[in-house]
Design a binder for this molecule. Structure first.
Ligand code: ZN
Length: 150
């Protein structure tokens, strides 16, 4: 039988093994470091914004667990071409999904591939792994140099 969980697991494993956009960006227009002391995940987020606040390019580098790496990989893919406002809306949707009641159906509207991370709802200690890259994104957009999940 087709099992959605297996598919989700495969996507996470794939993005952890071969993370997309995982490199430094010397000509980034903004960057921020994120740290999740609970798990030890560390990453640096790089963004290139144009004059209209559109995210033209996004990348990251760092070391972290499978969830934090896969989440950053999936996120950088999703936010390219989006405006700052659109990226913030995506974060609030994503945050809503991963912090919702695990017994309720996940709200995945507009989240596209990011929906594969909905499973972390069942593992509260991993939620910060999944949201670390988003906090770093927010910090970079706000002009802050670093952020921690604690
Ligand atoms: Zn982690």
């Amino acid at each position: 039988m087709f099992d959605l969980r297996d598919l989700y697991q495969q996507v996470i494993v794939d993005h952890n093994k071969s993370p997309r956009n995982c490199h430094a960006m010397p000509d980034a227009t903004c960057r921020a470091e994120g740290f999740n002391p609970l798990c030890g995940d560390k990453l640096t987020m790089y963004l290139k914004l144009d004059d209209n606040s559109v995210i033209r390019d996004a990348s990251f580098e760092g070391s972290g667990c499978a969830i934090s790496t896969a989440s950053a990989s999936l996120m950088t893919e999703q936010i390219k071409g989006k405006t700052m406002d659109e990226a913030e809306l995506l974060f609030s949707r994503f945050h809503g999904m991963v912090t919702s009641d695990p017994m309720a159906p996940a709200q995945t509207e507009g989240l596209d591939k990011l929906a594969v991370l909905g499973g972390v709802r069942e593992f509260p200690s991993r939620i910060k792994c999944a949201t670390l890259c988003w906090h770093a994104l927010n910090a970079a957009l706000a002009g802050d140099e670093s952020v921690t999940t604690e």
